[in-house]
Design a protein around this ligand. Structure first.
Ligand code: SF4
Length: 279
């Protein structure tokens, strides 16, 4: 299956699994959206949605926020991560919106990235969600899910993932695809424990395919003879060697022959790990 086919199938499957592919941040205007997105860095949307009603009540538009000092904003955002920085960024953003854009949040990514606290990802979210511009911002969820499924290949940075996704997903699907991948990553394909059972992307997912190709457990091992069992040399041992496989994933190896064909003797389960992206 080509990566383009994999992307098509993934989007189709996620359209069924994620009925409402849209931001979970509460907002009414572009100003409210950009404020909420700045606050959402390293913070959950749920927490941001608890903060913003009082913040928007006090500072209803860019003009009101531009007239404030960061210390005035701090009490409203103190329960969020990095409140000092975010207070400064919000006031700086509002002042530039007022001074350079007449009080209206600009719509282009190039203009948005000039605002304090606004990186490429935030700019693309605002351009896409508030102004309907095709964009495919890559956050940690999109990065992890795209790598796991195999939509991205050897892409070590969000910018590389973004470039690869844009080559295989049609432009008209970028914004929807972004939300589908985020919500899939947030609720099913989570960093620590992806719920692969019942995932309707599984038939197209490289990570799942590799999990399925792990060797079956061996029955009847005797844990009294050692913690590990090497199925290549057929012996038990307690202290393994460590090695990395061709994907760079750390693996346990037999100290005698270096084989990675090793099992836990207590359960009979292979010690082989599939390359993962737990960001
Ligand atoms: S099968 Fe597992 S790893 Fe693959 S997309 Fe679904 S939850 Fe994620």
């Amino acid at each position: 299956m080509t990566r383009k086919d994999r992307a098509k199938k993934t989007i189709e499957a996620l359209r069924v699994a994620v009925p409402q592919p849209e931001t979970e941040l509460d907002y009414g205007t572009p100003y409210e959206l950009i404020t909420a997105v700045i606050l959402s860095a390293q913070c959950t949307d749920e927490r941001v949605n608890k903060i913003t009603p009082a913040l928007f009540g006090e500072f209803p538009d860019a003009k009101a926020l531009a007239a404030a000092e960061p210390e005035d904003v701090y009490p409203f955002v103190s329960s969020c991560s990095y409140p000092n920085n975010k207070s400064r960024h919000l006031v700086g953003m509002a002042r530039m919106v007022v001074d350079e854009f007449g009080g209206d949040v600009p719509s282009s990514v190039d203009e948005l990235v000039r605002l304090p606290g606004v990186g490429r990802k935030t700019a693309q979210v605002v351009a896409s969600v508030a102004f309907g511009i095709d964009a495919l911002p890559v956050d940690t969820h999109v990065f992890r899910v795209a790598n796991r499924i195999g939509l991205a290949e050897n892409a070590s940075t969000p910018a590389k993932v973004e470039a690869q996704l844009k080559r295989i997903i049609p432009q008209e699907d970028w914004s929807e695809g972004h939300h589908l991948l985020i919500l899939h990553g947030r609720y099913r394909c989570t960093a620590r424990s992806p719920q692969c059972d019942g995932c309707n992307v599984a038939p197209y997912c490289l990570y799942y395919e590799r999990l399925q190709s792990l060797p079956e457990p061996i029955a009847g091992l005797d844990k009294k003879k050692g913690r590990y069992y090497c199925a290549t040399r057929r012996h038990y041992f307690d202290t393994p060697d460590e090695t990395t496989d061709r994907y760079g994933t750390p693996q346990i190896a037999c100290p005698r022959c270096g084989s990675m064909n090793v099992y836990l003797s207590s359960t009979g389960v292979t010690t082989r790990k599939v390359r993962d992206f737990r960001v």
